[in-house]
Design a protein around this ligand. Sequence first.
Ligand code: GLC
Length: 525
Amino acid sequence: MTTLAWWQKGVIYQVYPRSFQDENGDGVGDLAGIAARLEYLATLGIDAIWLSPIYPSPMADFGYDISDYCAIDPVFGTLSDFDRLVERAHVLGLRVLVDFVPDHSSDQHPWFLDSRASRANAKRDWYLWRDPAPDGGPPNNWLSRMGGSAWEWDPSSGQCYYHSFLPQQPDLNWRNPEVCEAMDAVLRFWLDRGVDGFRVDVLWLLIKDALFRDNPTNPQFSPDEPGHHAQLQTHTEDQPEVHNIVRSMRRTLDSYGERVLIGEIYLPVPQLVRYYGSAGDGVNMPFNFQLITARWTASNIAQLITTYERALPVHAWPNWVLGNHDNPRVASRIGAAQARIAAMLLLTLRGTPTLYYGDEIGMADGKIQPELVRDPAELRQPGIGQGRDPERTPMQWDASGKAGFTRGKPWLPIGNAAAANVASQDGESWSILALYRRLLSLRRSEPALVAGSIGNVTAQGHVLTFERCLGSVRLFVALNMEDRPGAITSPAGRVVLSTREGRDGHRIAGELILDSDEGIVVACD
Ligand code: GLC
């Protein structure tokens, strides 16, 4: 245990700042709001918060379009608010991670304004500019992840620029050493202010093919998928040169002591684990999103745990993510009862867990009337389920009309706060919030859950079972992944935590029938 870094022992909690707590009443969450809720987070038992972008931004993609990397958007507060937040978090024993968005800036960033000013501008090459095709069309067939061509025609300079996402998010040219240096200075700016690490946005997209070759067609494409799935992203993602960049980011972080570098990477496991670096010199953790997309069956989850564990290089520390601001919430994906099982799974697996705000109270996706849709992904490609507003609705602190989030008009509608809110779950011993607190506290007090090995991962029918072992301690975890009872064989021991009332402390041995949607952790004799 003592040899592990804080981020290996800890649990990360993602805060989507627009939606966590609004202090100034403008309907959008802010840094002062997050600061006011730090005690709640410390009591919950998490160890670090990761803040989605808080930098000045025209908000075309709600902060993922940055116009100044080294400041705070007034909607969230000021740099002093940020410093106060970090200081207070550290006093409470919480680390603070921020989002780093190096792939693209806003089209309003001074770098891009310069770059677009003329072909001769010193910053022209900071972005990806190409001549149009001879017929006047885009330079190649690359597609944006937000629909349509990834090339935007700029009439004044007579060239097109590349944008992986919105036209308001031009991609930076990471083959230009000046860009690398400028971005390194950004990392240092925040490290000097005391941040404990970064979540790096779309890390696997940073470098594009030097020859700008067309992407091949995806033979498996179906028209209900996002448009860019019509192509294999052969030349626009996961290019070999990306690993040099990752190494250099890591060197910068390491020069500041024990900091953490996490990569947002949506790739199959064999490619994903390469981001740990061939000598453990890549990101500390490439986010592992498999639980978000997995088919929720015991056999499937057992198989993916085993495959992931086997694929990890020797130096790699695993991690698991249950939800984020880009995907439907876990309670909506698998239902309220299974969301409790997912909590137990996430917090008993080997590796650093990342929670998404509100999942600890079982918040479901909000319902967004068509006229209230804000997410550009939905506005540009309506009706194919790309909309991300539902998982970004305000945190539900209480059952009141505005859920305790704001005194103003919330920027997105409030979800079903009566069904899930902190205040009412606070005092209920069997609420999902209470379950999260118990699981987080068990993880903190039981080294086997952090430093222990994982083994015997199997599906006993529709019950997922595995063991976590450290020294003489052996914990057996059994998770019934369906809403019907499940018979299992269990080692002899005592139930230290159950998702349902009346099982804690019971001795068990041999045959056992778990209730529908029940999960238990057993300390084996
Ligand atoms: C990442 C973010 C997402 C954003 C995109 C473009 O995937 O998580 O919210 O839209 O990058 O920055």
